[in-house]
Design a protein around this ligand. Structure first.
Ligand SMILES: [Zn+2]
Length: 314
């Protein structure tokens, strides 16, 4: 969450022509396409953000533990299968969940976290000194892999942040994950999309604007792909089917379509048992071709980009 709670006005692209989106909740640059919130976020990432459902995300709920284990193990497995290993720096590491998975798989881990509460938790859980700022890391130290999980959308000047603070730390690979504004979820749910979060998310990226932002910061973009939410449930299956209405074309959302206030995770979730577990597994298999098609066409909810510093050879 570095640089997130500052008070500078968005958008950060230098272009003057902005078009309102979703009844003025957001604006889209007419020249570069970057989408920014019309709010001027001043969100404080205090303890509540990390433990409460509602404005934040309870990282220790049964749902969050299962959700994070599935997505982070898949991500680390993919990196390792392609020959990446060694050190990993997670920027905006929250309470250290990703780094705990990486550490258990043999990575040397380092973290940066703006929030004092989360930083303390991450330091305690990982047994390392998580830093408050990238500037507090050892001078000149670069890491094999640098990850930003749902950080860049909080940053007021993403290109400057990537160019000046992140790039010097990237040894081999930069991995950025953000919510996908071009996802079927965003385009079908509009202001009720759970990742809108207009008080926290300064920018909303799609595959093109994320690629352009990272390239402008001096990286060579290697891969842009999208991933569906890792957890599966019957409500998730129904939601996926409802999202298909976005394929019919953009819907007109207005100021009366209020942003969702609900929790980002499922407070009452428990691991499914017995028959229910079997039904959920069957629905997941039945829906898999559709989910894979949504991912392949860059319409899934999690937008992931991998890049290397210009001039390096992987
Ligand atoms: Zn622009």
């Amino acid at each position: 969450m570095s640089a997130a709670a500052t008070n500078r006005p968005p958008p950060t692209c230098a272009h003057a022509q902005q078009a309102p989106v979703w009844g003025g909740l957001l604006s889209r640059c007419r020249e570069c396409g970057l989408v920014a919130t019309a709010h001027r976020p001043r969100f404080e990432y205090g303890e509540a953000y990390f433990v409460e459902e509602g404005t934040g995300y309870d990282f220790d709920s049964p749902f969050a533990r299962a959700f994070d284990a599935e997505r982070f193990e898949r991500e680390l497995g993919s990196l390792e299968a392609r020959g990446f290993s060694g050190s990993v720096l997670d920027v905006g590491c929250a309470v250290g969940t990703f780094l705990a998975h990486a550490k258990a798989r043999g990575w040397e881990v380092a973290g940066v976290e703006l929030s004092e509460f989360a930083r303390g938790e991450a330091s305690r859980r990982l047994g390392i000194d998580v830093k408050a700022s990238l500037r507090d890391l050892p001078t000149g130290r670069a890491y094999d892999v640098v990850t930003l999980h749902h950080v860049l959308e909080h940053v007021h000047d993403p290109t400057g942040f990537l160019a000046h603070e992140i790039a010097p730390r990237v040894g081999r690979l930069l991995l950025v994950e953000v919510p996908n504004f071009a996802s079927l979820a965003a385009q079908s749910e509009g202001p009720r999309w759970k990742d809108l979060r207009p008080e926290q998310h300064v920018h909303h990226f799609d595959p093109e604007t994320l690629r352009a932002t990272v390239a402008a910061a001096g990286f060579e973009v290697l891969r842009v792909h999208t991933l569906a939410e890792p957890m599966w449930s019957l409500p998730a299956a129904l939601r996926t089917l409802r999202m298909l209405r976005a394929l019919a074309g953009p819907r007109a959302f207005g100021p009366d379509d209020l942003p969702a206030q609900g929790p980002a995770n499922a407070p009452d979730w428990r691991p499914p048992q017995g028959l229910r577990r079997g039904i959920i597994a069957a629905s997941r298999i039945a829906m898999l071709p559709l989910v894979r098609w949504i991912e392949r066409t860059l319409r899934a909810e999690r937008l992931v980009l991998e890049a290397q510093p210009l001039g390096t050879r992987i």
